[in-house]
Design a protein around this ligand. Structure first.
Ligand SMILES: C[S@@+](CC[C@H](N)C(=O)[O-])C[C@H]1O[C@@H](n2cnc3c(N)ncnc32)[C@H](O)[C@@H]1O
Length: 252
């Protein structure tokens, strides 16, 4: 790992993945976990507070020593036993058919060979075991996906190998795991300078399409298409573009 990926990315991830929108996702993805769990891409242990009481042990797979160090206060105050069980989700030094569940949050975007990691997860799960995950991935909207492709070279470098544009569901469907439940949603990427500078034209077209579709069914389009609150700049932009129809939605 280079200095940036080694020293900076884990610290940034610890903050960026702990903003107010994220803990509710962690709550949901951890719901129903029980017994012995392998967590691939454990990071700084931000899921720990969300493990249900039925989780007995967690085998943490995490390459970053910095992330593991940041996790220590969380690890030590946790009720379930948490041990570092490996460094690489692509090659788990863990016995076959051992775990009741696997957990992965915002990591399937980053693991270089996701198919290899999914194969390993399948191998170490007991028959009937489950993988719970939450991810960002390639947008079904072609104009957004185009921007994801354009921004990917920057994202990969600054975010420790993270892929903005990875088709996670496709990887899952070829993995041998049976997809029981997949919920998808759209999140407006509004935080980055690059996004603001380059995104607007395609994004405006995208909004118009949604607005037309939603208005025709009597639905407030700003609420339909976002999972997160709009930030101030984007909200202003929406209001300017779309007039009072958007204002009613955005002010709710
Ligand atoms: C964006 S962070 C997410 C961390 C944590 N899961 C969370 O939700 O806060 C991605 C994590 O994947 C880890 N990672 C990268 N390559 C990996 C690999 N081959 N096997 C397991 N974890 C990996 C990184 O070190 C990092 O901690």
């Amino acid at each position: 790992m280079g200095w940036w990926t080694d020293q900076v990315v884990p610290r940034v991830a610890d903050k960026a993945l702990n903003t107010k929108e994220i803990p509710p996702l962690r709550d949901r993805v951890c719901q129903g976990l029980s017994g012995d769990v392998v967590e691939v891409g454990f990071g700084s242990g931000l899921n720990i507070a969300h493990y249900p009481p039925a989780v007995r042990s967690v085998s943490a797979v995490e390459p970053s020593n910095v992330a593991w160090r940041i996790a220590q206060p969380r690890v030590q105050t946790n009720r379930a036993q948490v041990v570092r069980a490996g460094l690489d989700g692509q090659r788990l030094a863990l016995p076959t058919a051992t775990f009741d569940a696997a957990l992965s949050t915002f990591t399937m975007c980053t693991i270089p060979d996701l198919d290899a990691a999914l194969k390993e997860i399948l191998r170490v799960l007991k028959p009937g075991g489950v993988l719970h995950f939450v991810e960002h991935g390639r947008s079904p909207d072609a104009s957004v996906a185009r921007w994801q492709d354009r921004l990917q070279p920057i994202q990969g470098r600054v975010a420790g190998g993270c892929h903005l544009n990875r088709p996670i569901a496709e990887h899952l469907s070829g993995s041998g795991l049976e997809l029981e439940d997949l919920e998808t949603g759209r999140t407006i990427l509004s935080g980055g300078v690059a996004a603001r500078a380059g995104y607007r034209r395609d994004f405006a077209n995208f909004l118009e399409r949604w607005r037309t579709r939603c208005t025709s069914c009597g639905i407030d389009y700003t609420r339909v298409m976002t999972d997160m609150p709009l930030d101030a700049a984007l909200r202003g932009y929406l209001l300017k573009r779309a007039g009072t129809g958007a204002r009613r939605g955005a002010d709710r």
